[in-house]
Design a protein around this ligand. Structure first.
Ligand code: HEM
Length: 155
């Protein structure tokens, strides 16, 4: 089943609405990740080493949150135009290595997906529909699959 123009539009339209407030969206996204999976904190080197500093003070975590959103949007566009997700070779190699080294497992990708979908639902409740959820899910899953594949090569 291909990714339609309507699905791409659902992803891009909702991201556009959230983007104006990307700081707080990113914050909610990563707080939700650690709410679902507190253990995931141990994976972020800069959190492990930072003692009890509040999570919202970590610019790198916010950057991670925004990156996941932006890359999922790019995936939606690629899926619609080529039916496939391609991450630039150098970026992909780094992503594979970073996540393999951090010990990220399939279950963590599921946690991040749930947190992402919860965040979007809460950020744009008026736009949220099962179709929008499915479109984000597909874009995220295909992107995650590409990263997971590269993690095998990096292991
Ligand atoms: C680092 C993207 C999923 C944990 C990074 C970086 C990017 C990124 C761009 C910066 C470093 C680099 O470029 O290698 C993504 C995307 C994801 C995803 C697009 C999903 C589609 C996850 C998941 C986890 C995770 C599921 C685990 C909960 C980490 C950790 C780092 C990292 C621990 C290293 C941070 C540090 O200690 O410096 N990710 N990520 N990521 N990501 Fe992800």
């Amino acid at each position: 089943m291909g990714f339609s123009e309507a699905q791409e539009e659902l992803v891009l339209r909702s991201w556009k609405a959230m983007k104006s407030d990307s700081e707080s969206t990113a914050l909610k996204f990563f707080l939700r990740i650690f709410e679902i999976a507190p253990g995931a904190k141990q994976m972020f080197s800069f959190l492990r080493d930072a003692g009890d500093a509040p999570l919202e003070k970590h610019p790198k975590l916010k950057a991670h949150a925004v990156t996941v959103f932006v890359m999922a949007c790019e995936s939606a566009t690629q899926l619609r135009s080529t039916g496939d997700v391609k991450v630039r070779e150098a970026t992909l190699k780094r992503l594979g290595a970073t996540h393999a080294r951090a010990g990220v497992a399939d279950a963590h990708f599921e946690v991040v997906k749930t947190a992402l979908l919860d965040t979007i639902r809460d950020a744009v409740p008026d736009m949220w529909t099962p179709e929008m959820k499915a479109a984000w899910e597909e874009a995220y899953d295909q992107l995650a699959a590409v990263i997971k594949e590269e993690m095998k090569n990096a292991a």
